[in-house]
Design a protein around this ligand. Structure first.
Ligand SMILES: *Cc1c(COP(=O)(O)O)cnc(C)c1O
Length: 402
């Protein structure tokens, strides 16, 4: 038994999609039948050896898995502590971890006979992954994107259009990710028959947080095998950045029952936790948004507040419900890194390792001095390098000049 009184922390959620008091299915009556159909289809698919084998094949030949576990020797020496490894999700086709989840959901959509895929996107990485797999499998793709994000993520908008996706800019609210997700949910209710909603992180109503986690767990499963092969034992600590929390949950989940492995999630502290930020655990409280109960940034009246992060991929006022639960039971420690700290870490990693990281992942890199630098040299720390930073160069370079 562990701290939560469970045999395994990996068993959740319960049949109603609850992780403790978090998660669930807070959706309109019209969506309920769809959610149940989706859940049944997923339960069948996850137990089907043919489905899993086909997915394995695509992960290998199309996505390029397994991704390497890379020993960041220069950064380890620079910080003077533990041996640091990067799990290289930046080397996946389309340049981030998002494709692992999208592949799983698109294969499920095909199995369910759905020909129209809708998705929400912030920085555009999930939209690009969705557009890519829709092109590969000949499906229609509609991507909802906040008008502000359409303006600041030109390169990814161009990629999605090249791949044949239709972009629908969303003007409501703050015209960013949360508003895009509202619109996508509305589309889904309206087009229940032929449409599959492909959610990009471990959020939304049950079964999404569980399903996305399962598809992303390939990250942690590979890491486990690779670190044992290389070092003959499990790592001492894991860390990853948190937007909605899917790359982090994918890395962490296979290690949840290994209590000797310390686990750290890093939220975006933006301009500072006392100013504008996107750290739902550090600065939020439990409420309901996008179909689940979790920690959210809210004002005194319970209105959702706009998140702020220099990194569009972390610019979300919530966090996946499983993270909320793992925080409450004390299994995972949640930290934060500011815009400025992330930019510094971005530059340091580029110079020392020859790897330009996504600005999202740079938030995790920013906490390495405390998490790895303070440990003895024989310890092992694995960082989830969620994506590559090409998309962030204009943002980072424009700050350097000012
Ligand atoms: C989308 C994205 C994130 C944030 O999403 P999570 O669901 O928290 O993983 C982090 N890194 C990169 C590179 C992304 O594209």
């Amino acid at each position: 038994m562990n701290a939560a009184g469970l045999n395994s922390l990996r068993n959740g959620p319960d049949e109603n999609g609850r992780f403790g008091i978090y998660g669930g299915r807070f959706v309109s009556e019209t969506l309920m039948p769809l959610i149940h159909t989706l859940q049944d289809a997923y339960e069948q698919a996850r137990g089907d050896a043919d489905f899993l084998a086909e997915m394995q094949g695509h992960l290998k030949s199309f996505v390029g898995r397994p991704s390497p576990l890379y020993h960041a020797e220069n950064l380890s020496a620079h910080l003077g502590g533990a041996r640091i490894y990067f799990k290289r999700e930046d080397l996946n086709h389309t340049g981030a971890h998002k494709v692992n989840n999208v592949l799983g959901q698109i294969m499920l959509a095909r199995r369910m006979g759905k020909r129209r895929i809708i998705a929400e996107t912030g920085a555009g990485m999930h939209g690009v992954a969705a557009a890519t797999l829709c092109a590969r499998f000949g499906l229609d793709c509609v991507v909802y994107m906040g008008a502000v994000d359409v303006g600041r993520q030109e390169a990814n908008v161009a990629r999605m259009r090249m791949l044949g996706a239709e972009i629908r800019p969303v003007q409501s609210g703050s015209a960013t990710l949360k508003d895009a997700m509202n619109e996508a949910l509305r589309d889904w209710v309206t087009n229940v028959g032929d449409t599959f909603y492909c959610i990009g992180t471990v959020a939304g109503p049950h079964p999404y947080p569980m399903m996305v986690r399962d598809f992303q767990s390939v990250i942690g499963e590979e890491t486990r095998r690779q670190v044992i092969e290389r070092e003959g034992r499990l790592p001492d600590a894991l860390l990853a950045c948190i937007g909605g929390g899917s790359n982090a949950m994918g890395l962490f989940h296979p290690f949840l029952d290994d209590v000797a492995v310390e686990i750290f999630g890093v939220e975006a502290a933006g301009l500072g936790l006392d100013r504008a930020h996107a750290a739902a655990i550090a600065g939020g409280r439990p409420g309901v948004l996008h179909g689940n109960r979790t920690y959210l940034l809210m004002d005194e009246d319970g209105q959702i507040q706009d998140a702020h992060s220099l990194s569009a991929g972390l610019d979300y006022p919530g966090i996946g419900p499983e993270h909320a639960w793992l925080h409450d039971i004390g299994r995972i420690t949640y930290l934060a890194a500011s815009d400025e700290e992330a930019v510094e870490a971005f530059e340091l990693c580029s110079r020392l390792e020859g790897i330009i990281p996504a600005l999202e992942a740079a938030h995790a890199l920013a906490r390495l001095p405390e998490i790895a630098g303070s440990r003895p040299k024989d310890q092992i720390v694995v960082l989830g390098l969620s994506g590559r930073g090409d998309k962030d160069l204009p943002t980072v370079l424009s700050r350097r000049k000012s």
